[in-house]
Design a protein around this ligand. Structure first.
Ligand code: COA
Length: 119
């Protein structure tokens, strides 16, 4: 998600991601979409790096990944999911019941909103 923006990850950032829950949708060996869940506290997970391959968007893959992530989070005892949503993705998360909280802000040079949903 950062490469098209000319950005990358540091080794430290990638090492830290090993602690997160990684979710992927595959067809055979091909990764179609993914997301990551990072622990915020005992009640809340942060959804990160939610993405579906460009040519496969708007076919239900993102929604399936998000629903799976929510079910998994519930099963693990978490009560809330939040994310830093790119402005362009706010409508997607709203479809699944997430609400915008707080003011707009800029992250990786893009406008974002904090969104959250109680599970
Ligand atoms: C945002 C993203 C993950 C959505 O995945 P997707 O597979 O295209 O989404 P789905 O096909 O499951 O869409 C589910 C619903 O959300 C809607 N939707 C999808 N993307 C949307 C968007 N950007 N804005 C508004 N609605 C959107 C769909 O039309 C569909 O609605 P419907 O059920 O009424 O038909 C995907 O478009 C993507 O990877 N975008 C680029 C990376 C990105 O912005 N990631 C989010 C960073 S916070």
């Amino acid at each position: 998600m950062r490469e098209p923006l000319g950005l990358g990850f540091t080794k430290e950032e990638l090492d830290k991601e090993k602690e997160n829950i990684h979710i992927g949708a595959f067809e055979d060996d091909e990764l179609l979409g993914c997301c990551m869940l990072a622990k915020v506290d005992g009640e809340t997970l942060q959804l990160r790096q939610m993405a579906v391959k460009n040519n496969l968007q708007r076919k239900g893959i993102g929604g399936s990944i998000l629903s799976f992530a929510e079910n998994l989070s519930r099963d693990k005892g978490y009560r809330k999911i939040m994310m830093h949503a790119r402005d362009t993705a706010v409508g997607f998360y709203e479809k699944f019941g997430y609400i915008v909280t707080g003011e707009p802000f800029t992250e990786i040079n893009l406008p974002h909103r904090i969104m959250e949903k109680n599970l």
